[in-house]
Every structure is written in C-alpha cells, then in structure tokens.
Design a protein around this ligand. Sequence first.
Ligand SMILES: *Cc1c(COP(=O)(O)O)cnc(C)c1O
Length: 361
Amino acid sequence: MSERIFNFSAGPAILPEAVLLEAQRDLVALPGVGMSVLEISHRSKTFEAILAKTEADLRTLGGVPANYKVLFLQGGASLQFSMVPLNLLTAGTTADYIVTGGWSQKAVKEAQRVGTVHIAGSTESENFARIPRQDELQLTPGAAYVHFTTNNTLFGTEWASEPSVGDVPLVADTSSDMFSRPIDVAKYGLIYAGAQKNLGPSGVTLVIVREDLLARSSKTLHTMLNYAVHAENGSMYNTPPCFGIYLMGLVMKWALAQGGLAAISAANDRKAAALYAEIDRTGFYRGTAAKDSRSRMNITFRLPSEELEGKFVKESTAAGLDGLKGHRSVGGMRASIYNAFPEAGVTALVDFMREFERKNG
Ligand SMILES: *Cc1c(COP(=O)(O)O)cnc(C)c1O
C-alpha cells in the first residue's frame, strides 16, 4: 500500500494495515452472510458472534479475570468522566483524583458535579511535566475510589506502574495506552478507554469493571448511564456501536497474532527508546517530559525556536511524516506511536530529525 504515509496522529490514530485490509475485503459482505456488518441487526446471530469473539479475544489478550465485566459503550472516554462518579461516588463518600494533565482535569470537573472530590496529587505547577511520586500522594482513607490517567496524551507522560492505593478501588483512564503493555486488571476497580488510540475506531468505549462495584449503581440513575444495566444486558441494552466493536475485534485478533501484550510492549519500548535516544543525542531537541515519566505512546519534544518548530512541521509533513505538530498546551512536536505504528516509521522520523538538525543545527 504505497499510498499510506506515516501517521503520527494523537487520535483518532493509526490502525494496523492488516485490520484495514480485512475490514475492506469484508465490508460489502461478511463471508457467509451476504450483508455488510454495517447493515445487520445487532440481535442477529452473526453480530452476537462478533461481539462474543471480540470480548473473548480481549479477555485473552488482557488476562481479564472472570469477576470483571467487559462493556462496549458510547460517548467516548469523556462520558466516562461522568459515568464513573455517577455510579461509584455514592452519597457521603469522597473520590480521590490524581491530576496529571488536561484529561485528568476534565475528569475532575465532571466528578465535582456529582459529589466530593479530593485532589490527591497534581503536577500542574510543573506544567504536568512529570508523574507524581507515591510519597507525594495524599490519599483519603476509605475513599470511594482513586482516579488516575495512565498516560497523558497531551503532555507525553505515563505512569511506569500503578499508584498504591490499598483496598480503595483504582479507576483508570487508559485511553492512550490501553494494551500497550501487560496490565494487571486485578489491581483495578474500573478501567476505561476511548478506542480511537490503541483499540479501534472512535465511537466505541471500552469499560472493564469489577463485578462487586456494580452494586453501587443506583436504580435512580438514568438507564443509559448505569453500568449495572449495561452489564446485565451484555452491552446490548440499546443498539451498540456495531462497526466499532467489529473493528475492535479485528484489532484484538491482530494483537494476539503479534504475540500478545508482552511482544507489543517490547516493540513499543524499542520504538520509544529509538526516538528518545535521538532527542537526547545532542541537545538540539529537548524532551518536555521528565525522564522517569516519559510516555512510550506520545513523545513530546521542542526545538531551539518556534520558528524552527514551524519549519519542522512543514518539512516533516511534506516528507510523509504526518501529524507531528504538538498540542498547544506543550507546544513543539508530539510523535504519537501507538501499538499499530510501525517501527519503520520511527526509523524514518529519526532519519528526518538527524537531517533536519544537520541543516538547521
Ligand atoms: C483522547 C483522550 C480522552 C478523550 O477521549 P474521547 O473518546 O474523545 O472522549 C480522554 N482521556 C485520554 C487520556 C485521552 O487520551
């Protein structure tokens, strides 16, 4: 597919080429069905099988324990900013939020509409350039849950491992690093992720929730905002995002064929290491995240001047390296290199960076 360029978009983001080709091949008629997945009833045997296989493969890939429900919802990660507190932040309790970037801040804003929120840690005063240390966290004993953002898409930082929160349920927005490495689901009460970075297309949101927490969902909640309802109905209370689930299923199959999360993680480590090595090589480029907090998914860096940054964006785009302009909250460049991003694309960027520095350094 010579017309495909290297896509560094932060999201929606690159999908595995094998997934796109399979979806394209079967788009007009699913094999043996004679209709498109876009056209069939969500109550059909065919779709039920697609949903079941997607969930089964996802459970295998992530090692999801049996006492966790897997839900396929809509509304993006942003609706989870509301659904998490609406379901889990019961009257008289406090939710702890660790604030490590713009998405954490948005999650806090919605939780504050529901109940009492305690900011258990924040690196805002350092423009979110690092992840807080465990000894900086001020956790509320007996909190309803602790919410954190595993990877900070805008600021290029990522938690190396989960914060320790004792018996309090840990809730994680994993939108931009879900399944980029092995994840010990049993450490979490609830995990959510908009699909459009590592899991599939936009329009479907993954939620993995420990069964006992479903008891907190009040019967007075609006039906579509109630985790327990979605769990009881196997994500089919209403029409689910059928095409997104189908495509997520193809991505799960692809991820298993790569060798699972250990193999995917090793590839992600190699890609990130190559890029950070180039950033650190001479001082021309400057990584914006503290070294111990660096993301393997979104690699943020600056150049010596904004003028050179503008030139870098223009010339890299012309060279077939698309989407490198950084988010305005950090400036500079951001290379998003999710699971599906090929190692050849990282090599191409490193080569481009060397040549750019040679000409402009
Ligand atoms: C992209 C992103 C979101 C927003 O996701 P939507 O599906 O657009 O609501 C939330 N959190 C993180 C960490 C993200 O990267």
